[in-house]
Write a protein that binds this ligand. Structure first.
Ligand SMILES: [Ca+2]
Ligand SMILES: [Ca+2]
Ligand SMILES: [Ca+2]
Length: 341
């Protein structure tokens, strides 16, 4: 009775299986190639624009804007226009032209090989506590083909509030002020071991314990819209401690507007052991004038309680150009002015 129909079902099932297998073969044979070709083409097209640098990781003072200088490059063989956009940020973020004033949403037409400079302004909120981080992606997307795109990644970490000028630190207690000094590796120790501190009884003692050198880093100091600012400090090599030898040097670095730590000055360990503090003053270089200037004092020493340096009376001050601001250091400052003007 049902054997005819059973045969029909079997034949139909077999036929469908053959058709399905055929399709499967087609898919296996052709689709991967097409996908590979398409994705290669896609990747090639995607690569036609670059926004750089990326990634950027920077630390910045709260309650101030920070500016990231970036470039969009048309790497394609045709002229193209790229739309500029951002995503993922919590802090106010604005894309500006290179003048840092005009808002921009497009590069305008860029010739093949052409470049467009832009500035990403991020306003670090005043309540962004030290260590809080915000990230943003900045996109350049072709106006004619949205698959032609690139993104740059920016991460900004708050340093907390900046100090305003004048910055004045006498190290009045036996611990470092945690608001003013964000980092202490080694560690450096505030003690009374120096001879004749200019602001007695304490100064900061750098030596080889425990790590073969100590390092302290200041909070950000706001130098935006400033000029003619000097760093002044008092130091003593050896003092009542252990005398440094050649190469047991003392260094001062600064954090510049591009987020780099650069050397400001070095004092040689090779000099004589001192029983009084000497003063040093240096005019800050042009790339130090931003809202997040930081200073770093450090030494290199034989590991252990050796090669002592003492630091006291750190000042960051605005001066009047052309005048000799401190009677005690006219020769040093005259030398600095002669070199830098
Ligand atoms: Ca002191
Ligand atoms: Ca130490
Ligand atoms: Ca030594």
């Amino acid at each position: 009775m049902s054997s005819d129909r059973g045969w029909l079902y079997s034949a139909l099932t077999f036929f469908l299986l053959v058709v399905a297998a055929g399709f499967l073969t087609l898919i296996i044979e052709f689709i991967p190639e097409n996908i590979a070709q398409a994705s290669a083409l896609h990747a090639a097209r995607q690569g036609n624009v670059r926004i750089s640098p990326s990634p950027i990781l920077r630390e910045a003072a709260a309650a101030h804007p920070i500016y990231y200088l970036m470039t969009v490059s048309n790497l394609g063989e045709e002229a193209d226009t790229f739309n500029l956009s951002i995503s993922g940020n919590l802090w106010p973020t604005t894309v500006l032209a290179a003048d840092t004033v005009t808002k921009v949403a497009t590069t305008g037409e860029l010739a093949a090989g052409g470049q467009f400079a832009l500035v990403v302004q991020i306003d670090v909120p005043s309540n962004a506590a030290r260590g809080v981080r915000d990230t943003v992606r900045v996109y350049a997307i072709s106006a004619t083909d949205a698959s032609v795109r690139d993104a740059a990644f920016i991460a900004t970490t708050s340093l907390g509030l900046a100090a305003d000028l004048p910055f004045s630190e006498d190290f009045p207690a036996n611990t470092l002020n945690a608001t003013r000094w964000l980092r202490n590796d080694g560690p450096a120790i505030v003690n009374t071991d120096a001879a004749s501190e200019p602001s007695a009884p304490f100064s900061v003692n750098f030596d080889g314990a425990d790590k073969g050198g100590d390092l302290i880093e200041s909070q950000p100091i706001n130098l935006s819209r400033k000029r003619d600012v000097i760093l002044q400090f008092a130091y003593e090599r050896g003092g009542n401690g252990n005398q440094p030898e050649p190469a047991d040097d003392f260094f001062v670095d600064y954090y510049n507007v591009d987020g780099e730590w650069l050397p400001l000055l070095a004092l040689p360990g090779a000099g004589p052991k001192m029983s009084n503090f000497a003063s040093e003053a240096v005019l800050l270089p042009h790339d130090a004038y931003h809202s997040s200037l930081r200073l770093r004092f450090r030494n290199v020493a034989t590991p252990g309680p050796f090669d002592d340096w003492y630091l006291d009376n750190v000042r960051v001050l605005e001066i009047t150009p052309g005048k000799i601001p401190f009677q005690s250091y006219p020769l040093i400052l005259l030398g600095i002015f002669a070199l830098s003007r």
